[in-house]
Design a protein around this ligand. Structure first.
Ligand SMILES: *C/C=C(C)/C=C/C=C(C)/C=C/C1=C(C)CCCC1(C)C
Length: 276
């Protein structure tokens, strides 16, 4: 039985904070999936794939959050005797960090598809851009993982720094390309594109910050590190996936309305919109 000085004990409040964050994210991802999937019919045909990709991202994340949530439960058990009664101790089952990284390997390239779709580039140019960004995303995630699973803070810092190189590359390219696209976006769409750009920068920027929390050193308890990391990644995930999806939905809606006005919509679309 662990004693009161055991660094790996979680208070009921700390355990609950992560438990609730994971549960909330599972629900948010499910709600996002249903919303993005069923709102496709409200936008023009060419914008539907982007909404479908949003739904795929949240569906994949919903599955992983369900697994992470269960892993969190299995990795801790409530202490029933002694002075720490009511707190939580680690069990023999280790909490599985790999679910998040597996999730990112799938969802980050799909989020890049959503963001590049907003640019309305020609097929060839967007394919080339997406290829470069996807390769960078792979390295960002693959280089972060060895640091995430290491207990050694020096090792964590080195991998974290290496992972930051492709990370900065991705954000710089996206920021520039989205900025360049503003000139060709309809007026009603411009503020939405700016919003999507800011939301992406802010939410993606949150991951390396959460990653650095355990680097605050030995002064931080197991519970402090684990809460910072898990709640931090969870909040960032909900904003980066559901939040971006909502922006993509509004961008698609505004572009659909604009196409109808300028006559760029197909005949079927125009009549469907008039009927609606
Ligand atoms: C839906 C999931 C998303 C948008 C995940 C994004 C993840 C990152 C931007 C992760 C970045 C990292 C660094 C820049 C350095 C430290 C290691 C990572 C992998 C946490």
């Amino acid at each position: 039985m662990p004693d009161a000085h055991d660094a790996s004990i979680l208070s009921a409040g700390s355990y609950g904070a992560v438990f609730n964050a994971l549960s909330f994210a599972t629900a948010a991802m499910l709600a996002g999936t249903l919303f993005f999937f069923y709102s496709r019919s409200q936008v023009g045909f060419k914008y539907r794939p982007a909404l479908l990709v949003s739904a795929l991202v949240t569906a994949i994340a919903c599955y992983h959050y369900f697994r992470i949530f269960n892993s969190w439960i299995e990795a801790h058990s409530v202490i029933t005797t002694g002075s720490d009664i009511g707190s939580y101790a680690l069990t023999q089952t280790t909490f599985n960090d790999a679910y998040r990284y597996m999730d990112w390997l799938l969802t980050v390239p799909l989020l890049l598809v959503e963001l590049v779709a907003v640019l309305s580039l020609s097929k060839e140019v967007s394919r080339g851009l997406l290829g470069k960004l996807a390769v960078a995303a792979f390295f960002m995630i693959a280089l972060g993982y060895p640091g995430e699973t290491s207990q050694n803070l020096v090792v964590r810092s080195i991998w974290g720094t290496l992972s930051t190189i492709p990370f900065v590359y991705i954000l710089t390219v996206l920021w520039g390309q989205l900025g360049k696209s503003l000139d060709s976006q309809p007026d009603t769409v411009k503020p939405l594109v700016k919003g999507a750009r800011l939301l992406t920068l802010a939410s993606w920027g949150f991951y390396p910050i959460a990653y650095m929390i355990p680097l605050l050193g030995s002064s931080l308890s197991y519970s402090g590190k684990e809460i910072g990391l898990q709640v931090g990644y969870t909040v960032a995930d909900v904003i980066a996936k559901v939040g971006l999806g909502v922006f993509i939905y509004f961008i698609a809606l505004a572009k659909t309305a604009n196409d109808a006005k300028t006559g760029a919509a197909t005949f079927e679309e125009s009549s469907a919109l008039i009927a609606a």
